[in-house]
Design a protein around this ligand. Structure first.
Ligand code: ADP
Length: 220
């Protein structure tokens, strides 16, 4: 099963995606993390996208599809995955569907839309810190989930870093991009009966709501 996580920046895709990934034993694939890793390693792709990401714009669909198709051919995702931040446009969603058909995947796609009030989003993002260890990737918040020791990850002891695009100015652009692209994306998943909308203001409640959807699915 491929669970697609859709939501504005800061809506909880990453945090919820990681928890659900552990519970369902499905690999968590964060498109943002893959792209940032490319920038850090100064790959050809990284060089092409750095500017776009810094401005809070979307990377073009062709490049995203190149990256994800390569990732989806790896054996660790043959039974499905949690797709965090991908697809982000209707084009990407359609190409994903086509790609799964092309590789004869029997795995179904389910889409979850996470909704949080916009005021809350800005507060979440400007206070967000991420663990610099990509194997860990724990997410903290200076207001709601402080690390025990300042600047250090509770889980793995690595340094905490602030994403360069987690500033109020860039977040506004990212939100604008989300609203411009998500309408068609959500419509696509609604029309194909794959969309489930989850209120993610509260993490525990959001996770329970996802589990309820998945349990119902199993029963049917
Ligand atoms: P967020 O959802 O909080 O904005 P992500 O880490 O998911 O953060 O993505 C960071 C940036 O990476 C986005 O602002 C965008 O520039 C780029 N990006 C990530 N996923 C995609 C995608 N599927 N299509 C286009 N651009 C993407």
């Amino acid at each position: 099963m491929y669970l697609v996580m859709i939501g504005a920046p800061g809506a909880g895709k990453g945090t919820i995606g990681k928890i659900i990934s552990n519970e369902l034993c499905l690999k968590h694939i964060s498109m943002g993390d893959i792209l940032r890793e490319n920038i850090k390693n100064e790959t050809e792709i990284g060089k092409k996208i750095q500017d776009v990401i810094e401005k809070g714009l979307l990377v073009n669909d062709d490049l995203i599809m190149e990256v994800i198709k390569e990732r989806l051919t790896k054996p660790d995702v043959s039974k499905g995955a949690i797709l965090d931040g991908f697809p982000r446009t209707e084009v990407q969603a359609k190409v994903l569907q086509k790609h799964l058909e092309d590789i004869n995947s029997t795995q179904e796609v389910m889409a979850f839309e996470f909704v949080v009030p916009e005021e809350e989003i800005i507060i979440r993002i400007v206070n967000r810190l991420n663990c610099s260890n990509k194997e860990c990737g724990e997410i903290y918040n200076l207001k709601t989930k402080q690390p025990k020791q300042e600047g250090i990850c509770d889980i793995c002891g690595s340094k905490l870093i602030k994403r360069e695009d987690d500033t109020e100015e860039v977040v506004k652009n990212r939100l604008k991009q989300y609203h411009e692209n998500s309408k068609d994306l959500l419509e696509y998943y609604t029309n194909t009966n794959k969309l489930h909308t989850i209120n993610s203001s509260n993490l525990e409640i959001a996770i329970d709501a996802i589990k309820e959807v998945l349990n119902k699915k199993e029963v049917n």
